[in-house]
Design a protein around this ligand. Structure first.
Ligand code: ADP
Ligand code: MG
Length: 558
């Protein structure tokens, strides 16, 4: 029998796969199961479009079989199957999906990444097997075929016997090495957990024989083992269910099962969108920040599925940094399974989804703020800082998304107030949104600089968080009202005292000059104050950087 050569590209890919030192080899099973599921989809589609074909759901399944004695792992499906030609075209040739072509010019070391993150489809089988056999009978044909390969040397195709339509993939597992125990892929426990992890939501049953024990019939004291075929996957993921069928408890359980957090989420969003890009998502707004949330170690992202198949555990592209606290899953039929991380960044569909998700979260938070203030404030305790960082980063370009979500302490209320609340009760003659900065509300209340503004009846926002003033500097204004620090040189408030201080300026000219000379290192000038009532003196600053901002900047490591 003639051994046929792989195309040069395929050979290269195989070489990368075979010599991969990538640790997560488990994903080979995900790839083969997803191919099996695709193959059943194709029969299903045929049946849907051709009246002469019956589709009996029970006839369609995927089976995983371990043959320990021969070190074989089989993945069997009752899908569309492949003709000899298709075996050559689809398997003998590198996947059209192009997961490799974009990598062509890169160093081979990047190969590990291709495999690890996205899978290379069928060829991932060679990460764990040194010999792969495909026995397949295409739907509506008489003859079955066997495709066999030991890797780079090439492959053979020959006719063979197979009763039913579908495909059987047989992997001869590699010998164990010091780093890798390939025979674990024959263990029920390993197979079950990999299937659960990556393929739980495949729409067709994934069956496997499992060993169980029962009391012996003749002696109830003793137990005997027996095997039973079980369906391992749960088939219907929560996000594919109808919102009405689900209770808050179901969502909370899911949150917990997925290890999204140990808190009780404040809100969940169940999205089912059809349009330019169709996707479903279940997202959570947590109550508490994870311990590493405000550190570099924290990694944002949502679980990404392509039509029920997990392709990435943390897809960061789906969330803006300022919503990095959101947890959840996204599933779209419009994404390719073999998409790579590099490609994801440029993927138009993913961008549409991300944009859509962002606005959904934003709306949800506004709703929470407007209608469930207490919950929102709890949320804000944990993640308000992240929102403020968001305003600050990218030169305030997210202002529309975020400015409505900000809350600050205030001179008028013991609770936090939003900018919109502040502006809505501004007296007509007030030109600015005033704020004061300090370590705590108590301290700010005692600042002499706040005196005149308060006296005038104007509300002052109290900034107690380092990032507050930085964020507000990026916003510059809210609803056409500029922000002004009560410590800035020019408060632009008309009062009786203005006139008096102008006179005082003249009368005390010599004194002020003297004072200025004594304090040349510390201050720039001495002026008669227009803002003090109870206090004899206060510091004000000129320019954009306030005293408090300077403190923060000085504290930053160089
Ligand atoms: P992809 O799934 O992205 O197309 P793969 O490398 O996983 O890439 O598979 C290549 C092709 O081989 C598939 O598109 C399909 O045509 C064929 N194939 C693989 N596994 C099966 C199977 N179990 N049944 C039928 N066809 C299959
Ligand atoms: Mg595939």
């Amino acid at each position: 029998m003639q051994t046929k050569q792989f195309q040069a590209e395929t050979k290269r890919l195989l070489d990368i796969v075979i010599h991969s030192i990538y640790t997560n080899k488990d994903i080979f099973l995900r790839e083969l199961i997803s191919n099996a599921s695709d193959a059943i989809d194709k029969v299903y589609y045929k049946a849907l479009t051709d009246e002469t074909i019956q589709f009996n759901k029970d006839d369609y399944y995927i089976r995983v079989e371990a043959d320990k004695a021969n070190r074989l792992l089989k993945i069997i499906d009752t899908g569309i199957g492949m003709t000899a030609e298709e075996l050559e075209d689809n398997i003998g040739v590198i996947a059209k999906s192009g997961s490799l072509s974009f990598k062509k010019d890169n160093e081979p070391k990047d190969g590990h990444e291709i495999i690890g993150q996205f899978g290379v489809g069928f060829y991932s089988a060679f990460m764990v097997a040194d010999e792969v056999t495909i026995i397949s009978k295409a739907f509506g044909t008489e003859e079955a075929h066997k495709w066999e390969s030991k890797g780079v040397e090439g492959y053979t195709v020959e006719p063979c016997q197979k009763e039913t339509y579908g495909t059987e993939i047989v992997l001869k597992l590699k010998e164990n090495t010091e780093e890798d125990q390939y025979d674990k892929y024959l263990e029920e426990y390993t197979l079950r957990s990999i299937i659960k992890k990556y393929s739980d939501f495949i729409r067709y049953p994934i069956k496997m024989n499992v060993t169980r024990t029962k009391p012996k019939e003749d002696n109830q004291e003793e137990y005997e083992e027996y095997t039973e075929e079980q369906v391992i996957n749960s088939m219907v993921p929560i996000w594919k269910k109808n919102r009405n069928e689900l209770t808050d408890d179901d969502y909370e359980k899911f949150y917990f099962e997925k290890h999204f957090g140990f808190d009780k989420p404040i809100r969940h969003l169940h999205i089912n969108t059809e349009g330019m890009v169709s996707y479903r998502a279940v997202l959570f707004i947590p109550e508490k920040a994870p311990y590493d949330f405000y550190t570099r170690e924290y990694e944002k992202g949502l679980e990404l599925y392509a039509n029920g198949v997990l392709i990435m555990e943390k897809c960061g592209e789906l969330l803006p940094d300022y919503f990095s606290f959101v947890k959840g899953v996204v599933d779209s039929e419009d994404l390719s399974l073999n998409i790579s991380r590099e490609m994801l960044q440029h993927d138009g569909q993913l961008k549409v989804i991300a944009k859509n998700i962002k606005s959904k979260i934003q709306k949800e938070l506004v709703d929470l703020l407007e209608n469930h203030r207490e919950s929102y404030e709890k949320f804000y305790q944990s993640f308000g800082r992240q929102l403020k960082y968001g305003v600050y980063s990218d030169f305030g370009s997210h202002r529309d998304d975020l400015q409505e979500l900000l809350l600050f302490h205030s001179s008028k209320e013991t609770k936090l107030v939003s900018l919109s609340e502040y502006v809505s009760r501004m007296p007509e003659d007030q030109k600015y949104i005033y704020y004061a900065v300090g370590d705590s509300v108590d301290r700010i209340e005692k600042l002499p600089q706040t005196e005149m503004v308060k006296d005038k009846g104007y509300e002052i926002l109290y900034f107690t968080d380092d990032v507050d003033e930085f964020a507000i500097k990026m916003l510059r204004e809210y609803k056409e009202k500029e922000f002004k620090s009560v410590s800035s040189g020019d408060l632009d408030i008309d009062t009786e005292e203005n006139k008096a201080s102008d006179d005082a300026e003249k009368e005390n000219k010599d004194l002020f000059t003297e004072m200025k000379e004594m304090l040349t290192e510390q201050i720039k000038t001495v002026r008669a104050s227009k803002r003090l009532k109870q206090h004899p003196v206060c510091l004000v600053n000129e320019g954009d950087i306030s005293i408090e901002m300077e403190k923060v900047l000085n504290a930053l490591p160089n």
